[in-house]
Design a protein around this ligand. Structure first.
Ligand code: SF4
Ligand code: SF4
Ligand code: SF4
Length: 306
């Protein structure tokens, strides 16, 4: 190769290399910019008291003070794939919901008022609204009791430690719901008659001694098993006002009546119901910033007294 040819070959190589780097760099830059743009339409669930989204994004200085004081540590800072508000606080309810803790420490800690200092109680939080997003899996609509549902799941558990933890959850809840007669039957079955209060620990230990099938049958026949799941209401931290009503309506597929959880105006969208819903994917989920309109109430649903 002559000197002239060699120079041309090198400069062509340099050009290709430079353009390739430029193209890759360009694609990467477009990617970095476009990911937040593409994802920005999906609203994040903000901590209590967050101002309207645009004002919130302009006011939050991404200092992370709110997440540092959050007792259950449920606030996370948004990453690059979560829209324009990179570094802003948000909550993922299914991972860990806001429990609306006393005095709203996150609001108090916010130095700019991006979390509105005018609010001081959980019932003022206005984070969003719960919706029954998967009615086809909701245990209440299907008429399935939550404890019976959870006991069926225990068959899949192989580790003894895990089984023991799950049983403890089930038994603790069950003891609150049994009639005096049913508690007495349990004492008789496990030779615990002398005991004044049936202890969840003792009962768990007895059930673990090869009595699981007997216990499952007992729970299925208990009075409380006649009632479908209401975990979302039972776990809701807004205790003083009813956030969910269970209303009956005729099923589309049969003459059977279905019991639907209907979200009320008092729901603030904290996400505890989404976190605790026992179905594989939560049947109830939070729509951030959504306001209550009362649609379901106008839908001819019948109040249930049970
Ligand atoms: S109110 Fe909710 S987000 Fe705020 S500190 Fe308490 S649990 Fe955390
Ligand atoms: S927690 Fe509520 S939404 Fe979830 S299955 Fe139970 S009743 Fe349905
Ligand atoms: S129903 Fe209760 S638990 Fe669920 S989001 Fe509303 S206030 Fe929170």
């Amino acid at each position: 190769m002559s000197d002239g040819q060699s120079k041309k070959w090198f400069s062509r190589r340099k050009f290709i290399k430079t353009s390739t780097v430029a193209v890759i760099g360009g694609v990467a830059t477009v990617g970095i910019i476009s990911v937040p743009v593409l994802r920005s339409e999906r609203l994040l669930l903000r901590p209590p008291g967050a101002l309207a989204e645009d004002t919130f994004l302009a006011s939050c200085i991404k200092c992370g003070q709110c997440l540092q004081v959050c007792p259950p540590q449920v606030i996370e800072l948004a990453g690059i794939n979560q829209g324009f508000g990179i570094g802003t606080p948000h909550i993922i309810p299914r991972v860990g919901a806001c429990i609306l803790c006393k005095g709203l420490p996150c609001v108090l800690a916010c130095p700019t008022g991006a979390l509105d200092h005018q609010i001081s109680e959980g019932k003022e939080a206005e984070m969003g609204l719960a919706v029954i997003s998967r009615p086809q899996t909701c245990l209440s609509i299907k008429g399935i009791n939550d404890l019976v549902f959870k006991l069926a799941d225990l068959e899949e558990i192989k580790s003894r430690e895990e089984l023991s933890v799950e049983l403890m959850h089930i038994i603790t809840k069950l003891l609150d719901r049994l009639t005096a007669k049913e508690k007495h039957s349990l004492k008789e079955q496990f030779d615990l008659i002398g005991m004044e209060e049936l202890s969840a620990f003792d009962l768990r230990d007895e059930v673990m001694k090869d009595n699981l099938q007997w216990f499952v049958d007992f729970v299925k026949k208990s009075e409380q098993a006649k009632r479908g799941c209401r975990i979302c209401l039972e776990e809701c931290p807004i205790k003083e006002e009813q956030t969910i009503r269970f209303l009956g309506q005729k099923s589309n597929s049969s003459a059977k009546e279905e019991i639907w959880p209907i979200i009320q105006k008092t729901c603030v969208g904290c996400g505890v119901c989404e976190e605790k819903c026992p179905t594989a994917a939560a049947s109830i989920t939070i729509v951030p910033r959504l306001k209550w309109t009362g649609e379901a109430e106008r839908n001819n649903l019948l109040p249930i007294s049970r």
